[in-house]
Ligand binder design. Structure first.
Ligand SMILES: NC(=O)c1ccc[n+]([C@@H]2O[C@H](COP(=O)([O-])OP(=O)(O)OC[C@H]3O[C@@H](n4cnc5c(N)ncnc54)[C@H](OP(=O)(O)O)[C@@H]3O)[C@@H](O)[C@H]2O)c1
Length: 294
């Protein structure tokens, strides 16, 4: 059985990835401040990726075939408030891991984001230049460069916004909506901000296929549909069979004091479709599968 190392196993993506990877890989998974699940055939370790000694200890006598690095400071407003802590985890810790991967000959898959683009164009392909608007996105773009410069067998996987359920009940976009509506809380959503959302289970299947492939370089992975947040909410409300009265239509040009968000970071996923056999679903298809028991 091939060995895989997953960072961020207590996070939204990492928790779903760990559960699926443990079915076919000898899995080692890392968490830090929060608990993570520990499925059969997996080894769960606690490590601070910003600590040199923690990372050194991890790789002592351990050579994973593949490392999937999902851990990051992902909250855009937290990154604005504490840019140096954000950079330490998102860039420096990534550099350290990529160096380790190169040294021990592991394949390294770095999870990046559609937010590396400024959103002025939309339908971004892998060749389009990045122009991050927030500190979070700048650290992700910086880490992309470091990974590609450091590790030969590396993939920079730019993913779109995720939706679906997590075994750890971490909030995703769809879960935030569902739980807000359960509590009768209104959900203001931009009708003029576009992404290509992907169901987390769909992404994980594509990611594990990619882990076993020979592809190297930058790859875009999102769902098959460009959509605004308000329309996404409408589809979810319809699938859940709940009223859409709590959906509040907003514009991103309304006054907003938080970090700048790009308008259209939809991803062109033609390359992913040409190299992967995993079908990349539309929002309607993904949401129906994610919420079919409700
Ligand atoms: N979610 C999305 O819609 C989305 C969209 C585009 C790109 N991405 C990218 O996808 C990746 C996963 O996102 P996510 O939403 O799953 O993230 P998340 O739920 O916020 O989880 C972040 C993970 O990073 C870990 N972490 C934080 N500080 C750490 C440290 N010092 N040492 C070790 N681990 C640490 C956390 O562990 P503890 O909680 O245990 O500390 C947690 O497991 C990220 O790289 C993100 O940039 C996500």
């Amino acid at each position: 059985m091939k060995k895989i190392l997953i960072t961020g196993a207590s996070g939204f993506l990492g928790s779903v990835l760990l559960r699926k990877a443990a079915e076919t890989w000898e899995t080692t998974a890392l968490h830090f401040a929060h608990a993570a699940q520990n499925p059969a055939h997996s080894r769960l370790l606690r490590a601070d990726l910003t600590s040199g000694p923690d990372v050194e200890a991890l790789f002592k006598n351990f050579r994973p075939d593949v490392i999937i690095h999902t851990a990051a400071q992902t909250q855009v407003d937290v990154c604005e408030a504490d840019p140096s802590a954000c950079r330490l985890l998102n860039v420096e810790a990534t550099k350290f891991l990529a160096e380790k991967a190169q040294k021990i000959g592991s394949r390294f898959i770095y999870i990046s984001t559609d937010l590396v683009f400024d959103g002025k164009k939309g339908n971004y392909s892998e060749e389009d230049p990045v122009n991050p608007l927030s500190h979070y996105a700048r650290t992700k773009a910086a880490a992309e460069r470091v990974v590609l410069e450091t590790c030969l067998n590396a993939v920079v996987l730019r993913i779109a916004i995720l939706y679906g359920k997590s075994p750890l009940h971490r909030y995703s976009f769809s879960e935030w909506l569902r739980q807000s509506w359960e509590k009768k809380q209104p959900t203001p959503l931009f009708a003029d901000q576009f992404r290509t959302p992907i169901w987390v289970e769909n992404l994980v299947n594509a990611l594990l296929e990619l882990a076993s492939s020979e592809f190297r370089g930058i790859l875009h992975l999102g769902g098959s549909q460009r959509i605004d947040r308000y329309s996404f909410g409408k589809i979810l409300a319809n699938i859940l069979g709940v009223s859409d009265d709590l959906l509040i239509r907003k514009s991103m040009f309304d006054p907003n004091p938080s970090a700048q968000r790009p308008q259209d970071v939809s991803l062109n996923i033609s390359l992913a479709k040409s190299i992967l056999t995993t079908p990349l679903l539309t929002v309607e298809e993904g949401l129906r599968l994610a919420y079919r028991r409700q």
